[in-house]
Ligand binder design. Structure first.
Ligand code: SAM
Length: 236
């Protein structure tokens, strides 16, 4: 089969119903995948009709990288045809099972983890807890449908509680640049001391920095509860 251009592939993704909130997001995922260095697997939780799987696997085809692993609890009948149309079937390893069940026997390092499965708070927390430990240092963990402070959804809260609250471990590298995808990098051990307001000329600034981050975290959580309370009152 003649290899398709990126534009053609994005057109195919765009033609799949239930669009991924516009063309910039698949393009963004394509770029994330393109930047991988081969230090671990690429794993997606939530395959659905394949928008994101197509974008990420196409980048791997271009760079002769690795197959992406995409996990979904359900079979989506249109998926196979979508992958075929985009010409990426051979670069997509489908796993039809609950993500936490797959994680229980997973043992490979992950360089790019994209979490877009069950969007309820507890489910996202479970996905983060089961999967983030496999992400290599310098690797990426990204989430879809993260609306930010004003959106106040469960993804926001879960990401905030489990990832943003650990600034010593996860560095925010892209905050909804292309819509609702938020991206974190796992900080390398040797860089951890340098994160967050660390000044090498001022001893003790690391501790102050971490303390500051924790205070910021608590304040934002309080603001979040207040906003939620106001929203509820508005809709009473
Ligand atoms: C928002 S859709 C994913 C969209 C997809 N990334 C795309 O670009 O088209 C969420 C998917 O997660 C799947 N899902 C929900 N809970 C899951 C779980 N616990 N484990 C694996 N997949 C799950 C659903 O079946 C659904 O297909």
């Amino acid at each position: 089969m003649v290899k398709k251009s990126l534009d053609e592939v994005l057109d195919i993704v765009d033609s799949i119903p239930e669009k991924m909130c516009g063309r910039p997001q698949p393009l963004f995922l394509y770029n994330l995948s393109k930047k991988t260095k081969g230090t671990g697997e690429i794993v997606e939780i939530g395959t659905c009709a394949g928008h994101s799987a197509i974008a990420m696997s196409y980048a791997q085809i271009e760079k002769k990288g690795r197959k992406i692993n995409t996990i979904d609890i359900a079979e989506h009948p249109e998926l196979e045809n979508n992958l075929k149309r985009a010409g990426v079937s051979e670069y997509v390893k489908r796993i039809v099972r609950r993500s936490s069940v797959v994680a229980a026997t997973w043992d490979k390092p992950i360089e790019l983890l994209f979490i877009d499965g069950d969007h309820r708070y507890n489910a996202i927390v479970v996905d983060i807890e089961c999967w983030s430990k496999f992400v290599v240092e310098g690797g990426i963990m990204a989430f879809h449908d993260y609306p930010g402070y004003n959106g106040l959804n469960e993804a926001w809260k879960a990401v905030y509680d489990k990832v943003m609250s650990k600034p010593e471990e996860w560095r925010l590298i892209s905050d909804r640049e292309a819509g609702s995808i938020i991206v974190f990098e796992k900080i390398r051990q040797e860089d951890r001391v340098n994160s967050h307001w660390y000044n090498p000329y001022v001893p003790g600034t690391m501790k102050l920095g971490m303390f500051g981050m924790k205070v910021k975290y608590i304040v934002r959580n309080l603001l979040w509860s207040f906003e939620e309370f106001r929203e509820k009152r508005k809709h009473r």
